[in-house]
Design a protein around this ligand. Sequence first.
Ligand code: MN
Length: 513
Amino acid sequence: MDVNQEKVNQVRKIRIFDTTLRDGEQSPGCSMHINEKLDVAEALERLGADVIEAGFPAASEGELKAVKEISAVIKNATVAALCRCRKEDIDKGWEAVKDAAHPRLHVFLATSPIHLKYKLRIDEDTAVEMIRTHTQYAKSLTDDVEFSFEDATRTPYAFLARAARTALEAGATTLNFPDTVGYATPAEMKEMISYIRENVAGIDRAAIAVHCHNDLGMAVANSLAAAEAGASQIECTVNGIGERAGNAALEEVVMAIKTRRDRFGMYTDVVTERIFRTSQLVSGIVGIKLPPNKAIVGKNAFAHESGIHQHGVLANKATYEIMSPKDIGVPENTLFLGKHSGKHAFSELLEEMGYSLTPEQVDAYFPRYKELADRKKEVTRSDIDALLSGIYRRRVKRIYSLKDYEVTAYKNSASALISLEADGRIHSDRMTGDGPVDAGFKAINSLTGQNFKLTDYQVHSVSEGKDALGEATVKLASPEDGKVMTGKGISTDVLEASLIAYINATNKLLQEE
Ligand code: MN
C-alpha cells in the first residue's frame, strides 16, 4: 500500500484554501505589488495549498490583471476568484481565472437578517433567487463553483439550510459557511455544521467549508471544531492576516492538525517544512512584523528561556517541545560561511535553505553576499534570509535606485544630499529636515517629484550582534487614491536601509495603475 492510500484509509483530508491574496491583501496596509502577489502565489503552491484565492477581479483592473497572471503560473493548486452575486462580477472573475489549470468561481451573498435588511435591502425569497441564478450562471462557465453564505454564523439555521439547498441544487460544489464577523464559538460552529449536514439532502455531493475571523481570538479553534463536525475545507491566511483581527492562521490550523492527529484524525497536504519561509515572505512583503509569541512562527515559539525548561529540553526535547522547529523549517542559526566561501558554497546553501533562484540571480546576489561577509565577521542564515527577503524570482522594477548619500545632523536639524539613479542618469538634491531620516526622505520626494505620504516607518535588527543588519520598513500612501505600498531596505547602516526602503516603496507606487 502506498503512503497516500494509507493516509486515506486512516484519516480524512482537510483542504487548505488560502486567502492571503484576497482577504489578507484587502486588509489595511497589506497591499501587494503584482510581482509580490505572484511570488506569494508561487510560495503557496510550493507550500501545498489546495486552493489559492487570488483576488476579487471586479474590484479593479489591476486586481483582474493580477488574478489573470497568477492563473497563468499556478499549475497544481486551484485558483479561485471571488465574485459578488452580480453577472458582471462573475464575468470578470471568469475572465481572470479561465486559463488557470484548475479554475474556481467563488460567489457569495450574505444571508443573515442584519445583512439582508440593512446592507442588501432584500428579503429571504429574493436572496434565495439570487443564490440560484448566480450559482447557475457560474456553473454554466465552470464545474468548480464555491458558494459562500456571508455571515452564516448569524443566520437562522432554517434559512441557512434553505440557502445551502438552493446553491447545492444549482450546482455549487463547495458550500462555505463563514464566521464573517468572528462571533461564533467552537461549540456553535460544530452545531451549525452538524445541522447543515443533517438538514440539507445530498450535502455529501459538495464539500463543506468554513472561513473564520479572529475578532475574539477563536478563528483557528472555530475552524477546527467545524472540521471535527464534518467540514473538509478550511479557509485561512498566512500569519492570519486579513480584515480587522484577521483570519484563521494557516500555520496554526495545519500544525494543530498535524501535531494532534491522534485527536483530529485528519491531515493536510501542506509541506510543513515550508511554513516558516512562507510566513517570513508574507510578513516581509506586507511589512508586518510578527509578535515574538505568535504561535508556530513567532521568534520565541521554540525558545526555552527558564532554567527548568532548558534543563528539561536538554535532557529530552519532548519534555517541553510538542513540535520540532525542523518540522516548520525554522533555520538553525549557525555560522556557516565566511568571506572566503565561494559562489558554489553560497549557491548550495541557498538551495539547502529552500530558495529556488535562477543562476543569474545567484550571480547577482553573490557580490552582495561577499560585501556583507566583508562588513560582518559572521554571516548567519538569518543574514542570508534578510539579504534575500522578499526576493524570489521577480523583483519590482527599479525606476529609481540609491546612488549615494551624505548626511549631516546636529540635534534637531539635519541636511541630506541624496543622489538617485534613473534611466542611467544621476540626479541629486539637498534638503533639510528634523533629523537625518526626515531630510533624506524629503530629498527623495523632491527628486522624484512625488508627494507620497509616509504612513509607517520601522527599523528592526534582523540578526544578532553589534554588526547586525538593520531592516527598515516604509509604508507610503499615494495622495490621489490612498493606495499604500510597503518598501523594505536592508543594510548594516540603518540610515541607508531607510533610504532604500523609501525608494523601494516609491518605485512600487509609481508602477501602480
Ligand atoms: Mn473574510
